[in-house]
Design a protein around this ligand. Structure first.
Ligand code: FEO
Ligand code: CA
Ligand code: CA
Length: 675
């Protein structure tokens, strides 16, 4: 599939859907034409997703083994749920729904002032200067740093992943189909100011409701427009990071496409840079508008593996640093994990190159039983890899010293073997194929071209690794969101037409997260268990409301329980379910049982989630409400625009478009969530 196919596909109605489709373009060179290409050529993607492909056609393509109904586990007469709530009924409409007995309060919306001197949001007259003091767009990761022992006051750390111009700006419409002709320099700067992150102080009142402390001393916006950052680790100062504005190769302005993330044990915030390639521009376009890379460019091989330049945004038209014709090394300064100290609003964020460069989905941390810091990280692209970082040193009470743990350590890529073993393959210069002969002159090269290094050491190409969540006992959960183009199933990616994704559970050897081997198993295969062709696998206790597709973000709560949020893109038109938050049992007879706790308004993606340490508050983020798949919304059946959106959640004000927002969930009358 080419860029122009996606941009011009009439079934893709907005930027969020186009992004999802772009994620599906594999760049792994080891893969040829896949079964998905064959299916798409014959039947078309939408028909597949709507389940219109007949059983006989499926049999012809996959063989009969794909049609064997999922083996039903021995149904227990009763399984004790560790999640005490009455589940929400699955469905899709213009607003959100939370389980009965809980409050879901809208805490922060795109444009809400977060600085004492910030102007009120004026959606018809937005400016970059105003946006720099207001909550950004498309909230994804949410973290929380408590400021008191009770956990009733703290700093919310929120990533703003990307912008959807067609529902942000009046009269503009989608811009990528006509060369971004409507994108003025001012609109481009607003987009840049709406990306990045926010640190916002919040407090819980006597009534249990949370509110923004607008004059909070630590409140801060971080953006790709004006936030200076430094680079640390093996690639810092590398010649491939030197640019016209930075001959030292050690600094960069801004961070982009911050998807999920993590909090470190010492209270700093990790922002993962995901689809960074899409922000780089070139003036060398072919007749279809597809970027052309000069093969003489020394970065050409790297560009190809990373999909640079993607030209999803027109920023490179007005800012040289996003134009690879003028700054060929600038893409090498993105695709990292950024550490921010939310307690110090004057601190300079640091991009830690020791954690590798790829389309970082998230960066969830844990302290291994030997005291080392371990971070699980997925590379969200079809057929890309699961990674893990292990620090050399151990976590201590010395906050400043702990930051070194992100500079000195080993990055590993995962190989999942058929016998249930996972082996973590070190990406270390001079070891195995990672030598000058193969283009790696030093460890900096290995980190800049992490994907190519992982290709060479033989990591297992996965079905789009999204978030990964470690638990203190040496267990980790890996979200594989979907991959309908897999030609050959393997044990760890067991469905060739994996439209709904699956979740892998890893148990590291000795219960130690820093181990280089462990075992793995599949916790669930997602999708509708009532449709045999889907090949789903759930505990049979899972109700028709409880199964889900396309796991994306996840979190472990204070009681060790797993929660999953979903991003189906426009696929909800097939499942009939909005994205949502699900409670998924991992232990005992109930293992594999899922229950729906919260569901999004139509077209929104469920992000966050994050629990406070006391387990009494749950933060959720609703990203791009009213956009994905609105052609499938009965009675609406068209693409959303600023003037004509499928929902105006959360304000339902005829003068306001839908707004990405953070929602805070508490139990009526107080107490722990779902206990
Ligand atoms: Fe930004 Fe892979 O989700
Ligand atoms: Ca995600
Ligand atoms: Ca996603």
């Amino acid at each position: 599939m080419k860029r122009s196919d996606i941009v011009n596909d009439p079934s893709i109605g907005n930027k969020a859907e186009a992004f999802e489709a772009f994620d599906d373009i594999p760049t792994n060179p080891n893969l040829g034409r896949t079964i998905g290409d064959v299916i798409n050529a014959r039947y078309g993607r939408r028909d597949m997703l709507r389940g219109m492909l007949g059983v006989s056609a499926t049999t012809a393509l996959f063989g009969t083994s794909a049609l064997i109904a999922p083996k039903q586990a021995q149904a227990a007469a009763h399984t004790d749920s560790r999640y005490v709530f009455d589940e929400v009924t699955a469905g899709n409409d213009e607003t959100h729904h939370v389980a009965e007995g809980y409050d879901a309060q809208i805490l922060l919306r795109w444009g809400d002032p977060i600085m004492a001197d910030a102007p009120e949001f004026d959606v018809m007259n937005q400016t970059a200067a105003a946006q720099l003091k207001q909550f950004g767009y498309n909230n994804d990761y949410v973290g929380f740093v408590p400021l008191n022992d009770e956990g009733t006051r703290g700093l919310l750390c929120v990533n703003h992943e990307y912008t959807n111009e067609e529902v942000m700006f009046p009269g503009l419409g989608r811009q990528d189909r006509d060369g971004f002709s409507g994108m003025t320099p001012e609109l481009i700067d607003i987009e840049m100011a709406a990306h990045g992150g926010s640190v916002v102080e919040i407090a819980q009142g006597e009534d249990g409701q949370w509110s923004v402390v607008r004059d909070g001393k630590m409140n801060r916006r971080i953006t790709p427009l004006d936030t200076e950052m430094t680079l640390s680790g093996p690639a810092a100062g590398h010649t491939r990071l030197m640019t016209n504005d930075d001959p030292t190769g050690t600094m960069v302005i801004g961070t982009i496409n911050n998807c999920a993330g993590g909090m470190t044990p010492w209270g700093t915030w990790l922002m993962a840079e995901e689809n960074f390639h899409g922000y780089f521009w070139t003036d060398n376009l072919d007749a279809e508008g597809k970027p052309v890379i000069d093969s003489a460019n020394p970065e050409a091989v790297s560009y190809k593996r990373y999909g640079v330049p993607g030209a999803w945004y027109a920023w490179g038209k007005t800012h040289d640093r996003w134009n690879v014709d003028r700054e060929p090394n600038m893409p090498n300064k993105f695709g990292w994990v950024v550490e921010v100290d939310p307690m110090d609003p004057t601190s300079t964020p640091v991009k830690h190159t020791a954690l590798g460069r790829f389309r970082h989905e998230g960066a969830e941390t844990t302290v291994a039983s030997d005291g080392k810091l371990v971070i699980y990280m997925g590379d969200d692209n079809r057929f890309d890899y699961q990674y893990k970082y292990v620090s050399d040193g151990t976590v201590s009470d010395d906050r400043a010293a702990n930051t070194k743990l992100l500079e000195e350590g080993t990055l590993y890529a995962a190989r999942f073997d058929e016998d249930g073993t996972v082996t973590w393959l070190p990406l270390v210069h001079g070891e195995g194929p990672l030598t000058a002969e193969n283009g790696f002159n030093d460890q900096g090269d290995v980190m800049i071209d992490t994907r190519i290094a992982a290709d060479l050491v033989g990591a297992t190409p996965m079905d789009r690794p999204e978030d990964a969540q470690p638990r203190g006992d040496g267990t980790a959960y890996i979200m594989l969101t979907n991959n309908s183009r897999r030609e050959e199933a393997n044990a760890a990616n067991p469905r060739p037409e994996n439209s709904f994704g699956h979740i892998i559970e890893i148990k590291e050897d000795g219960g130690n997260h820093s181990a280089t081997r462990g075992t793995w198993s599949i916790l669930v295969k997602c999708g509708d268990p009532a449709i045999a062709e889907v090949g789903a696998q759930w505990n049979p206790e899972t109700s028709e409301n409880g199964w889900f597709g396309s796991p994306d973000n996840c979190v472990i709560d204070a009681d060790g329980r797993l929660w999953i949020s979903t991003d189906q893109g426009s696929n909800w038109g097939k499942t009939g379910k909005s994205d949502g938050l699900y409670a998924l049992e991992t232990e005992g007879e109930a293992r594999g049982t899922s229950k729906l706790f919260f569901r999004c308004p139509v077209g929104g993606e469920m992000c966050g989630p994050y629990f406070t340490d006391n387990g009494e508050t749950l933060f959720l983020a609703v990203q791009h409400p009213g956009t994905d798949g609105t052609k499938d919304l009965a009675g609406f059946e068209r693409d959303s625009t600023f003037e004509d959106p499928a929902t105006r959640w959360p304000d339902f004000d005829p003068a306001m478009p839908p707004r990405p927002s953070v929602v805070v969930v508490t139990k009526k009358g107080g107490g722990k969530i779902a206990v």
